[in-house]
Design a protein around this ligand. Structure first.
Ligand code: F0G
Length: 451
């Protein structure tokens, strides 16, 4: 059961199918165009959508809004330093700001960034500085159904080859957990081996640690050597195997806004600090208010509580199990922050060119007011200017991202029941065609129609 009780509640909109059909059509069948009032259960993102604890709110009240050298900053730095061990800690307003600052200082045009999988903003920030983002996930990641415990790992053979080859590798970025790769964890053995290879070749090894606590939890559950260690110990060790991190605190900081860049290299840190002051804010607040910093510090303490992590992992697994029983498969083994539904298996009559994942995500909204995100050809496929799919994505998935401490099991049961309803007559689910297909940031800006 949840190791907390609910003190503040917020009503959620209960709508009819007729209403949802109307507003979804007006939204160009793009869930990013829906508003909060249109959505009953919002599984679009686990980012910035969590519930604050009473202690976090109390910490927020203690927030010190002094411009430079605020007490909140020192409290934030103490927690961040203790957790990560890095010498230079910079707050930023969210994860992508840390990415932009670090890559601007670290990467040269033409250099390669290697990763188990770059998250989409991460990839964009690598490309914006003229570098090349290359994903080298481990081979096990290809099989959606296997129960390999660490399908988020980087391919160590490919990493060694790339580091020894002719390419100028500017950084190796390990995303924990691997959000772009089905929310799968990375083992400590893999982090250690990647770290060793990077040190051997003199290449900076950076963690994208947005879900560091959930990764640490899965390590304690799936990697024998760590089964008696606390998630906090595991997380601490992971940070210490890298040269620095970019971290969106909107995930495992359990705050509505916040991020962090942390580094060991003093010269690199100095360059980043200049960019931080010019574009985010002075080094002791980096675009956050004092109350944000205090709530982040408290969130970073709460998030590694094994009781919290266990319940969150079990709730996500419960949703995946209920869906599977109803005939809707998802990427195995289930991770923590999200369930990735296998839309291609449920809707074989909707080809990738008719956006299988989007079709299932749309039906979840129409049938139940549940909002979620497609991770398939609409997002990752190659699409021409007329909106036709040229190269499909490797998978047609739908991500149900679970906000932290927000929905109860009964909400998740409702999601599972809605899925079960769809699975009874999957052939009724229509496909979609693009009517507006912008070249950049397509999922956020496109419009579609049913076919
Ligand atoms: N890295 C990972 C692995 C992420 O999942 C995200 C955000 C970021 C970096 C960027 O952080 O949003 O604070 O700027 N992921 C959100 C999601 C948006 O829904 O998965 P940000």
């Amino acid at each position: 059961m949840e190791p907390y009780r609910i003190k503040v509640v917020e009503p959620i909109p209960i709508t009819t199918r007729e209403y949802r059909e109307r507003v979804y059509a007006a939204a160009g069948y793009n869930q990013f165009n829906l508003t909060a009032d249109d959505v009953t259960i919002d599984l679009l993102s686990d980012s910035g959508t969590g519930a604050l604890s009473a202690e976090q709110q109390a910490a927020g009240m203690r927030g010190d809004e002094t411009y430079a050298g605020a007490r909140s900053w020192f409290r934030f730095r103490e927690v961040a330093e203790d957790l990560t061990g890095y010498r230079h800690i910079y707050p930023v307003h969210q994860g992508r700001a840390a990415e932009r600052i670090l890559f601007t200082a670290l990467l040269e045009p033409g250099q390669v960034s290697l990763s188990n999988t770059h998250f989409d903003t991460t990839r964009a920030n690598v490309e914006l500085v003229g570098a090349v983002a290359r994903d080298i996930p481990c081979p096990a990641a290809k099989d959606l159904d296997s129960d390999e415990p660490f399908k988020g790992d980087i391919d160590l053979v490919a990493l060694e080859e790339a580091l020894s080859g002719p390419d100028d590798v500017g950084q190796v970025l390990m995303t924990i957990t691997n959000n772009g790769g089905g929310g799968q964890p990375v083992s400590m053995a893999n982090i250690k081996a990647a770290s060793k290879l990077c040190r051997k070749h003199g290449v900076p090894f950076i963690l994208d640690a947005a879900r560091f606590a959930e990764n640490a939890w899965l390590v304690t559950q799936r990697e024998k050597k760590y089964q008696d260690r606390s998630p906090r110990d595991v997380a601490k060790k992971a940070f210490r195997l890298a040269d620095g991190c970019v971290l969106s605190l909107k995930k495992d900081g359990i705050v509505h806004i916040g991020g962090m860049l942390a580094l060991n290299d003093p010269d690199l840190a100095k360059q980043c600090e200049l960019l931080l002051i010019a574009t985010e804010g002075f080094r002791t607040y980096g675009g956050l208010s004092g109350r944000d910093l205090d709530m982040c510090a408290q969130g970073l303490v709460e998030v590694t509580d094994p009781l919290y992590l266990r319940e969150r992992a079990e709730a996500t697994a419960y949703l995946a199990d209920c869906a599977r029983e109803a005939g809707v498969d998802s990427v195995r083994p289930t991770g923590v922050h999200a369930v990735y539904l296998n839309a291609a298996r449920l809707l074989p009559h909707v080809p990738p060119s008719r956006f299988t994942g989007h079709a299932l995500a749309s039906e979840l909204y129409l049938a139940g007011g549940i909002r979620c995100a497609e991770v398939g050809s609409l997002y990752l496929g190659e699409i021409d200017s007329s909106g036709e799919l040229v190269t499909p994505a490797p998978f047609e998935l739908v991500r149900l991202a679970i906000p932290r401490r927000v929905y109860t099991r009964s909400h998740l049961e409702y999601v599972a029941e809605t899925l079960a309803g769809i699975a009874k007559n999957p052939e009724k689910v229509p496909g979609y065609r693009l009517t507006e297909a912008p070249a950049m940031l397509r999922p956020f800006r496109c419009r579609l129609e049913q076919v």
